[in-house]
Design a protein around this ligand. Structure first.
Ligand code: UD1
Ligand code: UDP
Length: 366
C-alpha cells in the first residue's frame, strides 16, 4: 500500500485536487490517502473542503492577513518540511502554480520524495505574467517526477523543457471532474436579489500583476458596462485579498445593478456560472470551467497560459484596458452571432475522468 499525500492551500488547488483525493480514497487496497492543507487561504479553502467533505489529517493553518510572498513561503517550507519528516509519504501530490504548490514540491524534493504535479506544463513564457505563478510552475516542473498535463499543448511544453517522455501523462484537467460533480447536484441559493429577466454578467478578478492602475481600469470598465446596459446585472464575488477589496469597493460599491458579494461557495458559484450570460474574469480555473458550461468568457489579462480556450473560440483575451473591455462586452451583449459562436465552441480541457487516470498512473508507477 502506497502513502499518497496531497498538499494544497488555496481555493483553486482544493477544487482541482478534490477529485483526486476522492478517487484515491476509493482504493484503500492500493493507497493510503492523506491530506495536508497549508491553509494559505483559510475561509476560501474551508468552503471547498466542506463541499467535497474532505477532512485533512494535517492542517498547518499558515494564513496571515495580507501575507507577503516571502513570509508565507518561509513559514510553509519549515512547516511542510517537518511534516514530511514524520509522515514519510511515497508520493506528494501538488496542483498548479501557487506558493503552496511550489514550496511543497521543494520540501518533498529535499526529502527525495517523488512529486506528482497535477496541471503540469502551463506556460505564458513571460516571467512576470502571471506573477509569481509562471515561475512557480516552472520550478514545480523541475522538481516533479510525474507530470499530469491537462492538454497535448501542455505536454509539448514539458517535452521542450526536456522532461522525460515516460513521465509526461496527458490526463485532462481535474477541474472538469470537480465542476461536473458539482453542477449535477442541486444547490440552495438565496442571493438576496432577483436575477429574473436580466442578463447576468459574472465577474471575478484577483491577479497580483493587475494590482494598482490595471485594477482601477477594469473596475471602471465594469461600471461603464452596467451604466450602458439597463438589462444587465453584474455579480462579483470579491476575493478576500485586501489589495483586491479596496479598489473594488471604492469604484463599484453602491451601483444598483452591481452586486459585490463575499466569495461564494463553489457549488453556488458553479450554478451562477451555469446561469450567466457572460463571464469576465482573470481567474485561471474559471477560464477552464466556462467552456464546459458553454459560457463566453472575456479574460481580463495580458497573457494566458490557457491558450486552448482562446484557440477553441470560447475565450477572448482582452487585457485590462477600460475601453477594450467595454467594447468586447458590448459586442457580446448586442451581436447575437458573435455571442453564439463563442457559446458553442466547446471545451478543450477534458472529459471529467482525469482523476481516475491519475490514480491509475500512480498505481502503475509507484
Ligand atoms: C493565491 C495564489 C494565486 C491564486 C489565488 C487563488 C500565490 C502566490 N497566489 O493568491 O496563484 O490564483 O490564490 O485565489 O500562491 N485571504 C483571506 N482569506 C482567504 C484567502 C485570502 O483573508 O480565505 C486574504 C489574506 O489577507 C491573505 C491574502 O488574501 O493574506 C492573500 O492571499 P494569498 O494566498 O497570499 O494570495 P492570493 O492573492 O489569494
Ligand atoms: N470560485 C468559487 N467561488 C467564487 C469565485 C470562484 O468557488 O466566489 C471558484 C471557481 O469556480 C474556480 C476557482 O474558484 O473553480 C478559481 O479560483 P481563483 O479564481 O481564486 O483562482 P485561480 O483559478 O485564478 O488560481
Amino acid at each position: 500500500m502506497k502513502r499518497v499525500l496531497s498538499i494544497f492551500g488555496t481555493r483553486p488547488e482544493a477544487i482541482k485536487l478534490a477529485p483526486v483525493v476522492l478517487e484515491v480514497r476509493k482504493h484503500p487496497d492500493r493507497f493510503e490517502d492523506l491530506v495536508c492543507v497549508t491553509a494559505q487561504h483559510r475561509e476560501m479553502l474551508d468552503q471547498v473542503l466542506d463541499w467535497f467533505e474532505i477532512v485533512p489529517q494535517y492542517d498547518l493553518n499558515l494564513m496571515q492577513p495580507n501575507q507577503s510572498l516571502a513570509e508565507f513561503a518561509g513559514r510553509a517550507l519549515l512547516a511542510i518540511g517537518s511534516l514530511l519528516e514524520d509522515v514519510k509519504p511515497d508520493v506528494v501530490l501538488v496542483q498548479g502554480d501557487t506558493s503552496t504548490a511550489m514550496i511543497a514540491a521543494l520540501a518533498a524534493f529535499y526529502r527525495r520524495c517523488p512529486v506528482g504535479h497535477v496541471e503540469a506544463g502551463l506556460r505564458t513564457r513571460d516571467r512576470y505574467n502571471p506573477f509569481p505563478e509562471e515561475i512557480n510552475r516552472r520550478i514545480v516542473s523541475t522538481l516533479a517526477t510525474f507530470h499530469f498535463a491537462p492538454t497535448p499543448q501542455a505536454a509539448e511544453a514539458l517535452r521542450a523543457e526536456q522532461v522525460p517522455e515516460e513521465n509526461i501523462f496527458i490526463t485532462g484537467n481535474t477541474v472538469v471532474d470537480a465542476l461536473l460533480m458539482t453542477v449535477s447536484r442541486p444547490v440552495l441559493m438565496d442571493l438576496g436579489f432577483s436575477l429574473e429577466a436580466k442578463r447576468l454578467i459574472l465577474v471575478t478578478a484577483h491577479r497580483r500583476e493587475s494590482f494598482g492602475a490595471p485594477f482601477e481600469s477594469l473596475c471602471s470598465a465594469l461600471r461603464d458596462i452596467a451604466d450602458r446596459n439597463a438589462d444587465v446585472e453584474i455579480v462579483y464575488p470579491v476575493h478576500l485579498n485586501p489589495n483586491v477589496r479596496e479598489p473594488v469597493m471604492r469604484v463599484l460599491a453602491g451601483h444598483p445593478r452591481i452586486h459585490l458579494l463575499e466569495p461564494l461557495r463553489y457549488e453556488q458559484f458553479s450554478h451562477l456560472m451555469a446561469r450567466a450570460y457572460l463571464i469576465l474574469t482573470d481567474s485561471g480555473g474559471i477560464q477552464e470551467e466556462a467552456p464546459v458550461l458553454g459560457k463566453p468568457t472575456l479574460v481580463m489579462r495580458e497573457t494566458t497560459e490557457r491558450p486552448e480556450a482562446v484557440a477553441a473560440g470560447t475565450a477572448r483575451l482582452v487585457g485590462t484596458d477600460r475601453a477594450r473591455i467595454v467594447a468586447e462586452a458590448e459586442r457580446l451583449l448586442h451581436d447575437e452571432k458573435a455571442y453564439r459562436a463563442m457559446a458553442q465552441a466547446g471545451s478543450p480541457f477534458g472529459d471529467g475522468h482525469t482523476a481516475e487516470r491519475i490514480a491509475d498512473i500512480l498505481s502503475k508507477r509507484l
